[in-house]
Design a protein around this ligand. Structure first.
Ligand code: TXA
Ligand code: MG
Length: 351
């Protein structure tokens, strides 16, 4: 299959609208289109069409028990796919939609089990990216979309990343440039008594508390070997991993730098290509290896935005071992570290 890459502007001029209509037709006919959202690129299909959903799993090599998020473009459409909407969830929607929030509800009969990985609940998100919203409307209103990477790889934050993973497997990629946030949406489960965060993201526990009060964190998220499985099936898989081995170093900044410099030298002596992930503030302190800045600690959003791209850059330079600083920043730190720890298979050196 030939993959067509269509470049779009975010002001969606006439020509862009025509491209989106074409993309919407592919979705309506049961096909796949990759598209930008404000978090990461998604791989979209008609989420109410079982065979279209199955194509997503095939293209990504995704385990069939890992459910998809259904993307909508207006509030009225939520009531058709969610069997009941608790008042707190409506409050959340008013506050954070369109935006980087996914909520889980009991599903209605309209949603096929192929889309929910066999579960009787459905994950729903209304993204804010103009291309995503326009495509959802053109595609019939309900687009199932996981991140548009091959299963296990870092999520794509640029159309080029999608093409690297899925070229030849899907008919169209909508290229809306680099995304703004860079890590996936916060997932909040409203299908049980107490609202629970199943995946941390840009919208933090504190921000949610301000809107609805009590909000807990899935206990399966916090510790690696606690014996408790995360409730979101996708959170149990090794994920976001670069080809090289990733190791995090955690502790006081000076000691971290000293340790990473030592580890890189050691890796190079044993003939390995080594990489370092630092920040604008720290990169000058690293003397060997391929050193990259992920962003600045003055603005934690830059760190989230570059996380996946930097992991892919190391892949393209055939780096075999990567040492990274930790980034437990005030707002998005939990989400950033959740992704980094998974990418590192929980290898952390404390100094
Ligand atoms: O920002 C995002 O959410 C991006 C963009 C494209 O919207 N999408 C995304 O989808 O990250 P994906 O498939 O890569 O991650 C969806 C996560 C998985 O961990 C999945 O297990 C979980 O959501 N999930 C989906 N439906 C669920 C359900 N009914 N119950 C529990 N977890 C669910
Ligand atoms: Mg994903």
């Amino acid at each position: 299959m030939k993959t067509v890459i269509e470049k779009l502007t975010t002001d969606l001029n006439r020509q862009d609208q025509q491209i989106i209509q074409k993309a919407g037709n592919i979705i309506r006919e049961g096909g796949l289109v990759a598209f930008p959202t404000e978090t990461v690129y998604g791989l979209g299909a008609d989420g109410l069409n079982p065979s279209a959903s199955r194509k997503i799993y095939e293209a990504k090599g995704r385990p069939s028990d890992n459910p998809l998020i259904l993307h909508i473009s207006c509030m009225e459409d939520l009531a058709k796919i969610a069997a009941n909407i608790p008042p707190k969830a409506s409050k959340m929607a008013k506050h954070f939609w369109p935006g980087p929030l996914t909520m889980i509800f009991q599903k209605s009969g309209m949603v096929p089990l192929e889309t929910t990985g066999g579960l009787d609940t459905v994950a729903v998100r209304m993204p804010s990216h103009p291309v995503a919203l326009a495509l959802i409307q053109a595609g019939g209103g309900y687009i199932a979309a996981p991140s548009a990477n091959t299963s296990g790889k870092p999520s794509p934050t640029m159309a080029e990343h999608v093409a690297l993973d899925l070229d030849g497997r899907i008919p169209m990629i909508l290229d809306g440039g680099a995304v703004g946030i860079g890590i996936e949406s916060t997932i909040v489960d409203f299908s049980e008594e107490i609202p629970t965060i199943l995946r941390p993201g840009y919208i933090s526990q504190e921000m949610i508390y301000e809107v609805i009060g009590e909000i807990q964190l899935d206990p399966g998220l916090e510790t690696e070997n606690s014996g408790i499985s995360p409730k979101a099936p996708g959170m149990k898989y090794k994920h976001y991993a670069p080809q090289g081995e990733l190791v995090l170093v955690n502790g006081a900044q000076e000691k971290v730098q000293e340790k990473i410099n030592y580890l890189v030298k050691e890796a190079e002596l044993s003939g390995k290509v080594a990489g370092v992930i630092g920040t604008d503030e720290s990169v000058d302190g690293y003397h060997c290896g391929i050193v990259k800045s992920i962003g600045t600690r003055q603005d934690e959003e830059t760190i989230a935005r570059h996380l996946y791209a930097i992991l892919r850059e190391f892949d393209s330079q055939n780096v075999e071992v990567i040492y990274s600083e930790s980034f437990l920043t005030p707002k998005m730190g939990r989400a950033i570290m959740n992704r980094l720890l998974k990418a590192a298979g929980h290898q952390v050196i404390e100094v």
